[in-house]
Ligand binder design. Structure first.
Ligand code: NAD
Length: 344
């Protein structure tokens, strides 16, 4: 896909639509970013046929159906998804059915814009799949659009991106070039996030974080994810826990579980984080320093749900460097629930 990056790059959106060949675009955003959606429509001019400000986390199937209908009514030949993974996910849901091209303007670090992965949620269950038709044709990373991200969303969204790179390092289909991208992505985010939390207006750190998000998202798009993503997926779908917060809490615990069986990933992460210590502990300490939520309990999960989550996670097989046992997973979840330090 085409990728443009830099402060003010949003102003080249109309040119980008020319490059991709779009004449009638529907602008997608979440209700919280409706003003931004309209600002984007003004930049596009008369080729913007509407603004659809109804994107929601995990793309409920009803939202997808209504958005597809709106795109069809308006005769849209593409959409501009501006926002986080929810807005981009809605664009993917439309593209999956109508084969519209997507231009993505990400405003978080979630990384969906770099992947052919779509998701749809129905009756508390999230289905995901891969389809090249949902991969955006063009992505515009403008760090100015991330200046409004709160410190907490900045941190959790950045940790979400780091999780993509981490699991790419031990993915069954990882490759040397993915390894380099993953290390570079983790390094960029681990440096940028503390700087942004110290000064949210630091545009260079914001740009560095977007660069990291680009790399980490591309790692997610290129490889098969393991226990961490599976577990967050189950927790999000079954208990409606907030996506980026859940990734942030769970990641150090899954890493502590997996890294003893993934020595190359451990070495690569150590290099990216400039440490000889256990990377799972270093990431746990990083997230604590960023004042992110520290436990699944803080996110509203009840301790009684642990057994159901273990069962649902074990129900379908997936790649993982270490065998996932019921006892191992229960211990991991108990520590994540209580906010304890990660233990391998
Ligand atoms: P989000 O898109 O749901 O955004 C969270 C909230 O933050 C929303 O209210 C949004 O409007 C607001 N927001 C976003 N950017 C902002 C900004 N710059 N300033 C102020 N507010 C802003 O959150 P997310 O974490 O980016 O995305 C989560 C969703 O994306 C989940 O459904 C997840 O499954 C999906 N996702 C998919 C992939 C994929 O490859 N398919 C990858 C990552 C995430």
């Amino acid at each position: 896909m085409r990728v443009m990056m830099g402060a003010g790059v949003l102003n080249s959106l109309a040119h980008e639509l020319d490059e991709v060949g779009l004449e009638r675009v529907l602008v997608l955003c979440s209700p919280h970013q409706e003003d931004l959606g309209h600002a984007v429509a003004r930049i596009i001019g008369e080729r913007a046929v509407g603004v659809y400000p109804h994107a929601q986390m995990h793309v409920p199937v009803e939202t997808a159906t209504a958005a597809r209908e709106r795109a069809r009514e308006l005769g849209a030949d593409g959409c501009v998804a501006v926002g986080g993974g929810s807005a981009i996910g809605l664009g993917k849901a439309i593209a999956l059915e109508h084969e519209l091209k997507i231009v993505a303007v990400p405003t978080t670090y979630a990384g969906s814009e770099m992947t052919p992965v779509w998701g749809l949620t129905e009756s508390g269950r999230k289905r995901t799949g891969r389809d090249r038709r949902v991969l955006p044709a063009s992505v515009l990373y403008d760090p100015e659009l991330t200046l409004t991200l709160s410190p907490s969303l900045t941190s959790t969204s950045g940790m979400n991106a780091i999780a993509h790179a981490v699991e790419a390092l031990y993915a069954p289909d990882t490759a040397p070039i993915i390894n380099l991208m993953a290390q570079e992505g983790v390094q960029a985010l681990a440096a940028a996030l503390p700087a942004i939390v110290a000064d949210g207006a630091d545009i260079l750190a914001r740009a560095e974080a977007q660069y990291g998000a680009w790399l980490c998202g591309a790692c997610l798009g290129a490889t098969t994810m393991s226990l961490h993503h599976k577990l967050c997926h189950v927790l999000g779908g079954a208990l409606d826990l907030p996506h980026a917060d859940t990734h942030t809490v769970v990641l150090p615990h899954v890493l502590a579980y997996n890294l003893p069986s993934a020595p190359e990933a451990r070495a690569a992460l150590g290099q990216a984080l400039y440490t000889r210590e256990d990377p799972s502990v270093v990431l746990w300490e990083l997230s604590r320093s960023l004042q992110t939520p520290q436990s699944l309990r803080d996110l509203g999960m009840k301790e009684e749900s642990i057994d159901d989550i273990v069962e649902a996670t074990l129900a379908s097989p997936y790649a993982n460097p270490r065998e996932v046992t019921s006892d191992g997973l229960t211990g991991l979840l108990r520590r994540a629930w209580a906010g304890e330090a990660p233990v391998g």
